[in-house]
Design a protein. Sequence first.
Length: 299
Amino acid sequence: MTMNKYIELVDKKLDEYLKIEYPESIFKSMKYTVTLPGKRLRPVMCMEACRVFGGNVEDALPTACAIEMLHAQSLIHDDLPCMDNDNFRRGNPSNHKVFGEAIAVLAGDALLSYAPQTIIEQSKNLSAETVLKVLHTFVSAAGAYQLIGGQVADIKSEGAVWENIDGKEMLEGKTKDETLYYIHTNKTAALFKLALKAGAIIAGATDEQIAEMETFGQKFGLAFQIYDDIMDVTSTFEELGKTLGKDAEEGKLTYVTLYGLDKAKAKAQELLDDTRKIISKYNSDIFNGILDKIESKIK
Ligand code: GRG
């Protein structure tokens, strides 16, 4: 299976799952951000994890689409004026710019509940036990212990006044290093871990193999967030489809603002090297291709 073939499968299913019904504004708003052109990394990685462990990729498709819905939900809410206040996403006006804040908030909420509903209703070939395991992984990633916690730490660290305790700069008991690691792990790596673990669970992988996917997702997720922060400085609107240069301007805590561009590039490369070692035994052109692409952007 090629990257394009995976993306085609995901896009077709997302279009099918997200029907426009009454009241149209909510369904249009949900469908808008989900179906805008994104890289579809998380659903592709979910299906590829299923494939490498001998599963049928079609069985992972509903979960892969649900993870893209969760990702889109987090983007819609992240762009709101009360959060990152971004007017553009995926090369187009942000959800609230098109539908207004109230509908954008509700569209995010609706996606958050429609995503697990999709897993339950559409995973026709999976046992109830497998669906339950996937759902447990899904709701754990989406909640306060991961995605929401990461976003909260991110918001709190923006322009924060760090307390000096025993010569260390601290915020709510964590140093800058620790805070950054927490943010990256939960705001970003959480959805990659979810995608890879869910794909492995659907394929019937062993606990050891699922744990390996978790390590893969963690390392890749950290590298991906550093890459995203590097792009904020080095990329263009045309390439990234969102407003750039905001991190430094708004006093955000990122690897680049904390350590500078060169160190950020070196750290991302180190994490990508670790990731490559973990996945080398799977001989996956898809996983390797994704790593190659990220690597080429941080050179
Ligand atoms: C209510 C469950 C819930 C969550 C809300 C708003 C929020 C909590 C979290 C925001 C998380 C966030 C926006 C993280 C950024 C991660 C990131 C690097 C996104 C960009 O991913 P790409 O480049 O985007 O894969 P595309 O558009 O290509 O899919």
